[in-house]
Design a protein around this ligand. Structure first.
Ligand code: ZN
Ligand code: ZN
Length: 77
């Protein structure tokens, strides 16, 4: 069983989970460096300093390398 770490929904296959990760509404932040999505609480402890929760990824800084999905959507419309 593969479980989305953001919304806790479970999927039978890793592929199903990967597909879900692209649309997961709980994951509202995005890292420009590794291209992964994650939720705000995974990226910051104090709501001020944001770093990518992905292992080995150096992405950091809200609006810099860490972006909001909402803002990306707004910018491409
Ligand atoms: Zn999810
Ligand atoms: Zn990253």
């Amino acid at each position: 069983m593969h479980t989305c770490r953001d919304c806790n929904e479970s999927f039978a296959t890793e592929l199903a989970l990967e597909l879900h990760r692209d649309t997961c509404e709980q994951a509202d932040l995005f890292c420009d460096v590794c291209g992964k999505r994650f939720r705000e609480s995974a990226a910051t402890r104090d709501g001020w300093h944001y770093t990518c929760p992905t292992e080995d990824c150096e992405g950091q800084g809200m609006g810099d390398q860490i972006k909001r999905i909402e803002d990306i959507r707004a910018a491409t419309q």
